[in-house]
Design a protein around this ligand. Structure first.
Ligand code: NAG
Ligand code: NAG
Ligand code: NAG
Ligand code: NAG
Length: 487
């Protein structure tokens, strides 16, 4: 018996050894120092991790939860089947949950959920030109609970192989690590800890204000970068280190290009408004032009004007809002070229690119009360008009009966009463038209239905879902651009 037991143990040991390529769990921010993830320019891994930590919370039972829905593709989350070989993550039977991956910002789809991520995550992506910028991923292992809530059981950080190694699009198991909840909690509390704690626990001293100038508007991010990047090269000041390792690429050897903020917002007429700030005087003196493009891949300028010597400001264009719009700042080239060769020759290299415009203003769909997660509502803009999307779970097969008398109305403000929807700006839910675009392939559990109103999108506009003809509001979207969304 004893011999058999021993043999059994031995075989068990062997089989465990053959699958356990999984690295040791990272339990504190300090553990992020010795690894490759997010450490070199222009990688976005540490920003992804910071975003995730600040968008999940622990409930009373110690479970990690979040407000978004990865099965619906929120923030660009997508299902990951763990089918790469060697397998980067532990085998997961389907009844125990699924893996979802976050961080692929490059997408040629019309609807790119990842553009809902904040600027600080996507900025390096649009402003650097190497494939390195799109290698990092954060993966969550998610379980759906009976009450239609999600629980996160595990968090991993991982990365694609270097693009020049021709190893395809698999994740690299040697650079895949489980991340403990305590590490995420440490990231959450970074904005509240004092300088002496930083020095005592993390052994870094931050005496350089430029880190704060660049990342300080995102609470805790400057500190996370300081701690995670500092000790890989001791005795080098953080700012030198961060920007020699984070930013050795094409642009920004100077810190001051980094302070530029540029975004596309909405005018009162459904058009693009360009907002910028932080343009260094050095560039202003040479002359700066803003220009609006259809998207990041486009070279056709839809509108442009020169920036009058002010580091910040805004311009209203007459270009209708559409998904993907991108603003860029260009340096002036030679003025005399204007007369000789036409105006386009006056555009120098672009200094900065905004993220591509997210058609739902970075808001994820809102659940229709009593029907989570079977149905949800999202307000978005197309050709400058207010539009609505219904996400309906495929398993919710009788939704047309349940929503037979339901309608979606468009309101000019959140203060309007139910009957004060804008004239003619409403539609029966069952009359929404199904979107069969390939864009929705990534969310196989849902059908998407849309309705385009003829109401001009402007700040304050809201869509609401009413269950019955005259009453029964079950969902309202956040009013367009009224509240700034959280990190
Ligand atoms: C900042 O942008 C300007 C304009 O493109 C460029 O000439 C300059 O080199 C940039 N700064 C650095 C140091 O990259
Ligand atoms: C943005 O456009 C440039 C070319 O203009 C391209 O090299 C880069 O890959 C594009 N980035 C994205 C996010 O598609
Ligand atoms: C979602 O739809 C399914 C299928 O119709 C149904 O069984 C389930 O009860 C619905 N959930 C809610 C919360 O309505
Ligand atoms: C909804 O669709 C039905 C059938 O296609 C149509 O008769 C009706 O006019 C539509 N309702 C509205 C408000 O457009």
């Amino acid at each position: 018996m004893g011999g058999k037991g021993f043999l059994g143990c031995f075989i068990l040991f062997l089989s465990l050894a053959s699958v356990s390529t999984i690295k040791q769990t990272l339990i504190s921010i300090n553990d992020l120092r010795g690894i490759e993830f997010g450490h070199t320019s222009p990688r976005h891994g540490l920003m992804l991790l910071h975003w995730l930590a600040n968008n999940i919370h622990t409930d009373n039972n110690g479970n990690m939860r979040f407000h978004f829905n990865p099965t619906r593709g929120d923030y660009g989350f997508h299902f990951y089947g763990n089918a790469d070989r060697p397998r980067p993550l532990p085998f997961l039977p389907s009844e125990s949950g699924s893996y979802y991956s976050l961080g692929n910002i490059d997408s040629n789809l019309n609807y790119n959920g990842a553009t809902a991520l904040p600027d600080y995550v996507t900025q390096s992506f649009y402003n650097s030109w190497t494939p390195e910028r799109n290698r990092d991923r954060v993966i969550i292992r998610v379980r759906e609970e009976g009450s239609n809530q999600f629980i996160v059981d595990e968090v991993y950080i991982t990365q694609h192989y270097p693009p020049n190694e021709n190893r395809g699009s698999a994740y690299d198991p040697d650079n895949t690590y489980p991340v403990s909840f305590s590490l995420l909690t440490q990231i959450q509390v970074l904005p509240t800890i004092t300088r002496d704690v930083i020095q005592r626990i993390h052994n870094v001293e931050i005496n350089d204000n430029s880190v704060e100038n660049i990342w300080g508007h995102t609470p805790g991010l400057a500190l996370l970068l300081a701690i995670a990047l500092y000790l890989t090269r001791p005795k080098v000041s953080f700012i030198q280190q961060a920007f020699s390792s984070m930013d050795s690429q094409r642009r920004t050897q100077d810190d001051d290009n980094k302070s530029i903020k540029l975004e596309v917002k909405t005018t009162d007429r459904g058009c693009a408004r360009i907002i910028f700030s932080g343009i260094p005087k050095r560039l202003l003196d040479k002359g700066v032009i803003w220009a609006l493009y259809k998207n990041n891949d486009s070279t056709d300028r839809l509108d442009f004007a020169s920036v009058q010597d002010s580091a910040s400001g805004s311009y209203d264009t007459s270009v209708s809002l559409n998904p993907g719009l991108q603003a860029r700042l260009h340096q002036y080239k030679y003025m005399f070229a204007f007369a000789l060769c036409g105006k386009y020759n006056t555009f120098g290299e672009d200094i900065h690119r905004s993220p591509e415009f997210h058609d739902a203003n970075r808001e994820i769909p809102v659940d229709i009360s009593g029907h989570r997660p079977n149905a949800s509502l999202q307000l978005f803009v197309k050709d400058g008009k207010a539009c609505a999307r219904l996400y309906v779970k495929k398993s919710f097969t009788d939704w047309k009966e349940k929503f037979y008398n339901s309608w979606v109305g468009f309101y000019s403000s959140e203060r309007k009463d139910t009957q004060e929807y804008n004239t003619y700006q409403w539609q029966w839910a069952v009359n929404f038209s199904e979107e069969r675009r390939s864009d929705w392939k990534g969310i196989p559990e849902y059908d998407v239905y849309v309705y385009s109103s003829s109401m001009t999108m402007c700040p304050g506009v809201q869509a609401r879902f009413m269950l019955e003809k005259y009453r029964g509001e079950k969902a309202r979207t956040p009013p367009w651009e009224v509240h700034t969304s959280a990190i």
